[in-house]
Ligand binder design. Structure first.
Ligand SMILES: [Zn+2]
Length: 64
């Protein structure tokens, strides 16, 4: 009786994993250095930009 719910959860998981994969692909050439790649602000490990504005600015700077 819960089959329909299970199927939609699977679809959602698939959708989310595809979104994550394509987001990783788009920025695959950028490596986290401990600093914002756009404005050189210090960042926690694993982060590449302060926020979406810096990421967008960086992508424009790279000509994408
Ligand atoms: Zn920044």
């Amino acid at each position: 009786m819960s089959d329909e719910v299970d199927v939609s959860n699977d679809k959602w998981d698939w959708f989310v994993s595809m979104q994550v994969r394509s987001a990783q692909h788009r920025t695959a050439e950028a490596e986290a250095t401990g600093e914002c790649l756009f404005c050189s602000e210090e960042l926690p490990e694993g982060r590449r930009w302060c926020d979406a504005d810096c990421r967008d600015g960086w992508q424009k700077m790279k000509g994408k």
